[in-house]
Design a protein around this ligand. Structure first.
Ligand code: THU
Length: 131
């Protein structure tokens, strides 16, 4: 897995983060099934609750441009320890893949690879009873 293009896209997206309230900028980049890279940043809102995370921004942008299957995601933040996706973003990633390699990175050059299955071992199953 060559993470460099994804990492570059996540770093570039992070620079567009709108984070005047937390000051915590995040960038995420998805590798879609056909090789397209779609990136997102966190966009905060004065009402706080309307804030969208970088990962979900990338996911909704990917969906809106016709990409529904993902092969990998890179996430960048200026944090120590590294920042894994929040619970809501884990569930949102799960919607579009069974498992997913994840690269976490910070601005000091630290990186760690994990997978969605490792950090989100028991996803919600939508299985209403028949009838
Ligand atoms: N944030 C993300 O972008 N991704 C996550 O997985 C966790 C948190 C953002 C939301 C908010 O703008 C800032 O980080 C602080 O929580």
């Amino acid at each position: 897995m060559d993470w460099k293009p994804l990492l570059d896209a996540a770093f570039a997206a992070r620079r567009n983060a709108h984070a005047p309230y937390s000051g915590f900028k995040v960038g995420a980049a998805l590798l879609c099934e056909d090789g397209t890279i779609v990136a997102g940043c966190n966009v905060e809102n004065r009402s706080y609750g309307l804030t969208i995370c970088a990962e979900r921004n990338a996911i909704t942008t990917a969906a809106a441009t016709g990409h529904r299957r993902f092969r990998a995601v890179a996430i960048v933040a200026d944090s120590d320890p590294l920042t894994p996706p929040c619970g809501m973003c884990r569930e949102s990633l799960q919607e579009f893949c069974d498992d997913l390699p994840i690269l976490l990175a910070n601005l000091r050059g630290e990186q760690r690879e994990t997978t969605l299955r490792v950090i989100f071992p028991e996803p919600f199953v939508f299985a209403p009873p028949a009838g």
